[in-house]
Design a protein around this ligand. Structure first.
Ligand code: NDP
Length: 239
């Protein structure tokens, strides 16, 4: 029987690859995002079900939950990103506060709110997988802090869900090409340096991350919970 998989922010980049991976396994896949364009496009290609939701907004999450089936087997908290690049460079305090909070909201608060909103739908035998980041281990800017906070918060989530036979883990990508973030926000020089810092001498792909998410959501991973799985071509070892 096919499982129900919810991939947040599934219209583009890594989330799109995750949604596509599960759809290819004949799972029932629901994808969310704020813009209809990428979601509708993916739905036309793969048959996934698109739903509009801003995962930082509690009211939008309540509307989302009302649209979901009774049982959700796998929740992938992928929505987010370094949405205010260089938020920490802001010199006036009001802008700094706004941008710092925006990154925490986008990555940490959104995942916590989404998991909370779906709590009663999460089914025994299921899994929650969050998208962390190598940034959590590399520095304390607001984006890195949001992803480090996500991994720490996940420890208590794993503890709460464990007795219900639901696992909770983080996949932590290094730098992934073919995403808007890697393509548009980093200079060519910076991209080359990040690739040189890997052991594999190649950047990751969205498919690399989809494979790891799929494993953590599989029957083979039932005793893995509260963990962070680094997928970065060895970058964390060669820094
Ligand atoms: P993208 O910008 O391509 O994808 C992010 C997706 O999330 C978009 O589809 C966006 O759609 C959606 N999204 C963002 N905020 C919200 C929100 N509040 N509510 C609903 N949907 C939202 O980035 P990536 O694929 O690169 O990133 C995916 C995840 O992987 C992120 O959590 C990111 O932090 C993490 N990551 C990425 C790395 C990389 O190198 N690319 C490295 C490490 C981690 P829309 O705008 O329509 O809402």
């Amino acid at each position: 029987m096919s499982r129900t998989i919810l991939v947040t922010g599934g219209g583009t980049g890594i989330g799109r690859a995750i949604a596509r991976h599960f759809a290819d396994q004949n799972e029932t896949v629901i994808v969310t995002g704020r813009r209809p364009g990428p979601l509708d496009d993916l739905a036309a290609e793969t048959g996934v079900r698109p739903l509009i939701c801003d995962h930082t907004d509690p009211q939008a999450l309540l509307r989302l939950v009302a649209e979901l089936p009774e049982r959700v087997d796998v929740l992938v908290n992928n929505a987010g990103g370094n949405i205010v690049f260089d938020a920490d460079g802001k010199t006036d305090l009001a802008s700094y506060a706004r941008d710092f909070r925006a990154n925490l909201d986008a990555n940490l608060v959104s995942a916590a709110l989404t998991t909370k909103a779906l709590d009663e739908r999460l089914a025994p035998g299921g899994a929650v997988v969050h998208l962390g980041s190598i940034a959590a281990d590399q520095g304390a800017d607001s984006y890195g802090a949001s992803k480090a906070g996500l991994a720490t918060w996940n420890l208590s989530l794993a503890d709460a869900l464990g007795p219900r036979d639901i696992t909770a883990n983080v996949v932590s990508p290094g730098y992934i090409t073919d995403t808007e973030f890697f393509r548009d926000q980093l200079s060519g020089e910076r991209r080359a340096a990040l690739i040189a810092a890997t052991a594999t001498r190649r950047p990751g792909t969205p498919a690399d991350i989809a494979g790891a998410v799929s494993f953590l959501a599989s029957p083979a991973a039932r005793h893995i919970t509260g963990q962070v799985l680094n997928i970065n071509g060895g970058a964390s070892k060669t820094r």
